[in-house]
Design a protein around this ligand. Sequence first.
Ligand code: CP
Ligand code: NVA
Length: 331
Amino acid sequence: PVSLKGRSFLTLKHFTPEEINYLLDLSADLKAKKRAGIKGNLLEGKNVVLLFEKTSTRTRCAFEVGVLDEGGHVTFLGSGDSQMGKKESIEDTAKVLGRFYDGIEFRGFKQETVEILAANAGVPVWNGLTDLYHPTQILADFLTIKEHVAKPLNKVKFVYAGDARNNMGNSLMIGAAKMGMEFWGLAPKELWPAEELVAEMKEVAKETGASINFSENIDDVKNADVIYTDVWVSMGEEAMFEERIKQLKPYQVNMDMIKKTENPDVLFLHCLPAFHDLNTTVGKDIYEKFGLESMEVTDEVFRSRHSKVFDEAENRMHTIKAVMVATIGNL
Ligand code: CP
Ligand code: NVA
């Protein structure tokens, strides 16, 4: 039987397919329990701290509600709220927080930071997004696929169109390799993931039966079960807006791309937040300058029957709760 007690959750690279399946099954159980109105106690007596250098809606709220639903306590520290990395090293902060808390979540820039926290805290550390990886998001994405695609994950053709070099591109490729999926990254070559990471995942794919493919030709969406995209400009990269629009405009997920799949039931997913309309302040001057009505996905696709992005967003909560329950819970 699988147990993840005491483990940190920094990247899916560290987890076996069996362990990932365990987390997905636990998520589904916790979701069913919540839907049935059953209050849990799996985190009773547990204290959790959330460290955020970058902003968040879903991830922060998923951790907070996840802890509270299972009877635990939570502290939130935003980027200006603690001494970490300013008056005190990350190592010392980790040693202190590990004395107070049973688990530590970190969202921020460097993957190294979450690794230093995990190496020094003495308690599980969870990656709530870094520049390199966003592993909790992948669990929500795969749970959503299991709910809406009538095929096992290892029969799914998964297409990611957009910035394949960002945290989502990297993490979806890792998740797909682990779960034996047919993964396609559609992007200009300069936005494919680092070659070493691709090579590493192709090795994983040999064991799991996955295939890892990259292409600049959007016709390769044909027969996709899932089309996924993410913002063209990630948090911290706002200076890249113009360049990314020029690079990625041909890879926008629009109804033409949906039709090219030749799959009438193709699923559309996006980790959110999404630039599908002009109701944002970030980037507004830039996409108005280019005369765009949307960036990575059109409003039409976003609101279509293909799109399950709000089920996916809800699943952030159930899956993040599962990660905490599995690693520090009273199981
Ligand atoms: N998908 C995601 O991580 O959303 P937030 O940035 O709102 O947490
Ligand atoms: N790539 C995006 C993901 C947001 C959930 C970012 O890092 O901003």
